[in-house]
Design a protein around this ligand. Structure first.
Ligand code: PLP
Length: 373
């Protein structure tokens, strides 16, 4: 959809692109300055495969400061974006035939990565607020289950898992000797309360968790390609062995700049309030639209409205995916790009990214309203 939106834009159409998965804000100036400084200082060579010791110590400090987690540098490995960290974590843990529990809706990449590792994704239900249903997870655990993948704040739903659920998930993992991969890339976009890392629930929870995070979203550094995984030293070493034969260390320049980003959190509060304001515009806009229902997203920069009760849903041809045809028609008629929910496991929804400015959001909401009326 993003590519289609861009191609329409190139042909001169005024397209509103709610499809993007990256912040529209610039990388902070102090981080850009350090990026240039890295080159100036000739910090342009291979580094330790796991990342420089300075960077891993800065990550350990951040995990302590922001997440109340005690990790040493030897338990942390830096990779080319959180996506790469996730893949390393899966490659290090999944054997062919292993089952991986993924609450639905889910970020598109998880099932593909599981399959690339020879594993089998097992989708479990979430409730009306997109919080995992713990009983359903318990029912779907078999002898082959190896991992549970969780993501809070969540892409695509914006759900933030309550601490109670995190505790229950940690207990399930401990009781069944499973590993939790906890993707916390949207941590800094939590609008009510604070983000809670599942590994901070208890020492036992930490022992069975691989925490994934990065700077793509928190510092608008998507193009720098930096993510990291924190887990036991054994797992970090396993991931390092994989990485040493695939991509080696990440860019030295990125690593140098990342230390500054981790050190200086000053821009985060302003970024969070910008996204919160935009979230509120979206929530208000959809509340006025006939047939649309939406759970107020507590985090990330996505809204996931339910379109299954709209006039469009009632009138469409049954043969095609609802969310696909909704997204196609909306782009064709009103030049608004949204992502069909079917790619995230729910055909009743579409995903709206509000990583665009307020006026664009308002204009987009007007167009969607017109499309629905
Ligand atoms: N995890 C989730 C849930 C995401 O939405 C994304 C990016 O969209 C990533 C991980 C990947 O982040 P990165 O760009 O650091 O690889």
């Amino acid at each position: 959809m993003d590519a289609k939106a861009k191609s329409l834009r190139a042909r001169g159409y005024n397209v509103i692109n709610f499809g993007v998965g990256e912040p529209d804000l610039y990388t902070p100036n102090n981080v850009k300055k350090e990026t240039i400084e890295a080159v100036r200082k000739n910090f342009t060579k291979y580094t330790n495969v796991m990342g420089t010791i300075e960077l891993r110590e800065a990550i350990a400090k951040k995990l302590k400061r922001d997440n109340r987690l005690d990790y040493t540098a030897s338990e942390i490995i830096v990779s080319n974006g959180a996506k790469h960290s996730l893949y390393n974590a899966m490659l290090a843990t999944i054997n062919p035939g292993d089952e991986v529990i993924i609450p639905n809706p889910y970020w598109v990449t998880y099932p593909y990565q599981v399959k690339l590792c020879g594993g089998k994704p097992v989708f479990t239900k979430t409730d009306e607020k997109f919080i995992p249903i713990v009983d359903d997870i318990c029912n779907k655990i078999t002898k082959k289950t190896k991992l549970i993948v969780i993501n809070t704040p969540n892409n695509p739903t914006g759900a933030v898992y309550p601490e109670k659920i995190l505790r229950e998930l940690a207990n399930i993992a401990m009781d069944n000797k499973l590993i939790i991969i906890s993707d916390e890339i949207y941590e800094k976009m939590t609008y009510e309360g604070r983000h809670r890392s599942i590994a901070s629930i208890s020492n036992e929870a930490k022992d069975c968790t691989i925490t994934i995070n990065g700077l793509s979203k928190s510092h608008s550094m998507t193009g720098y390609r930096i993510g990291y995984a924190a887990g036991s030293e054994n797992l970090a070493n396993a991931m390092a062995r994989i990485q040493s034969h695939t991509t080696s260390s990440i860019s030295s320049i990125t690593q140098y700049a990342a230390i500054e980003a981790l050190r200086d959190n000053r821009g985060i509060a302003a970024m969070r309030s910008t996204f919160k304001r935009r979230r509120d515009i979206i929530v208000k806009g959809f509340s006025k639209m006939q047939g649309i229902s939406m759970v107020k997203p507590g985090g990330a920069f996505y809204a996931f409205p339910n379109i299954s009760e709209t006039a469009f849903a009632r009138q469409r041809k049954q043969s095609k995916s609802l969310s696909d045809s909704f997204a196609e028609q909306l782009l064709e008629k009103e030049k608004v790009a949204v992502i069909p929910g079917i790619s995230f496991g729910s055909d009743k929804h579409v995903r709206i990214s509000y990583a665009v400015n307020d006026n664009t959001i308002k204009e987009g909401m007007e167009r969607i309203s017109r499309f629905l009326s």
